[in-house]
Ligand binder design. Structure first.
Ligand SMILES: Cc1cc2nc3c(=O)[nH]c(=O)nc-3n(C[C@H](O)[C@H](O)[C@H](O)COP(=O)(O)OP(=O)(O)OC[C@H]3O[C@@H](n4cnc5c(N)ncnc54)[C@H](O)[C@@H]3O)c2cc1C
Length: 277
């Protein structure tokens, strides 16, 4: 179902915003990261871990005098059962969308195309003992959905979230997420016994420093978590980050014997880009 509403944007002329949803909450973490919530279209069904296209109308084209939707892929950072939809966003200085999106406030409207897709879903993985969520930067967003998804705890005995960022302030969203998950009415009890959080910084000094690929390859990660049996029988993984992280993780996971899965062919691990470029 397509929802239509009339809003006034940058000009005095009202324009019709297709698939409009209303912003209900905004929180800024750093000058390059923020999260927000919007209303959920009544007809929207999605699987935890999927992404949708969201955006705003562009500025008026000086030649045609028209505006068009400026859309980007965004992971839904809330579980499939939630009443509202959360997103965790980068602010790119000259980014066509985020240079504007970073200024939204409650009551504003954003476009949300209600066609969720993605590979970071339980359907794409076969059962095993542990699930690993490997993320960098805003790549934690799909895991904010999956961490609060009951199926995650039904399917796995242990749930390990790794999140690597340059600085400590960039870890705050993840820290709050883990705290909220452990207090969640639906999954809190399970999360308290099954969820392990492993944050690292790559630039600012912190309790645990280093790229996740480095601590994985040199064995620090397994030593810290006292895990000695990482293999295709016990472990499943979902990866979301930069191209560099995704390429390196693919190589590392395959060296351990894990096979890439897909919606149509469930396997041992799945990967999705957190952004293009
Ligand atoms: C499947 C998928 C899911 C995505 N989910 C999210 C999400 O949940 N949150 C989110 O903030 N972005 C997400 N993105 C990226 C998003 O689509 C946009 O690229 C981002 O919002 C910036 O838009 P822009 O128009 O301002 O700049 P763009 O022109 O889209 O990007 C400009 C440049 O900024 C850098 N960049 C873009 N996005 C990021 C990012 N997230 N982290 C670090 N650098 C970045 C890249 O170098 C890119 O070339 C996702 C992308 C894909 C493909």
């Amino acid at each position: 179902m397509t929802e239509q509403s009339t809003v006034t944007l940058t000009t005095a002329t009202p324009v019709t915003l297709p698939d409009a949803q209303t912003v209900t909450e905004v929180e800024h973490y750093t000058d390059s990261l923020f999260r927000f919530r919007v209303t959920r279209p009544a007809s929207l069904r999605f699987r935890s871990g999927e992404f949708v296209m969201i955006g705003l109308m562009s500025d008026l084209d000086p030649v045609t005098g028209k505006q068009k939707p400026l859309l980007r892929a965004y992971s839904i950072a809330s579980p499939a059962w939630d009443d509202t939809l959360q997103f965790y966003s980068i602010k790119v200085k000259d980014g066509p969308l985020t240079s504007k999106l970073q200024h939204i406030k409650p009551g504003d409207q954003v476009i949300l195309r209600p066609k969720p897709v993605g590979t970071l879903v339980h359907d794409a993985l076969t059962p095993a003992k542990r699930i690993w969520f490997f993320s960098t930067g805003t790549g934690i967003a799909p895991f904010a959905s999956l961490l609060r998804e009951p199926e995650t705890y039904e399917r796995f005995e242990q749930v390990i979230l790794t999140h690597s960022c340059r600085d400590l302030a960039e870890l705050k969203f993840g820290q709050e997420l883990v705290e909220e998950t452990k207090n969640d009415i639906l999954v809190g009890e399970e999360a308290q016994s099954k969820l392990i959080y492993y944050p690292t910084t790559t630039r600012e000094p912190s309790a645990k420093m280093g790229r996740i690929t480095t601590v994985l390859e040199d064995g620090t990660l397994f030593a810290d978590l006292k895990i000695a049996d990482f293999n295709a029988e016990n472990d499943r993984a979902m990866v979301c980050g930069s191209m560099g992280l995704n390429t390196d993780m693919k190589r590392i996971l395959e060296a351990y014997g894990l096979r890439e899965g897909a919606n149509s062919d469930p396997g041992d691990y799945v990967i999705e880009k957190a952004f293009v470029g």
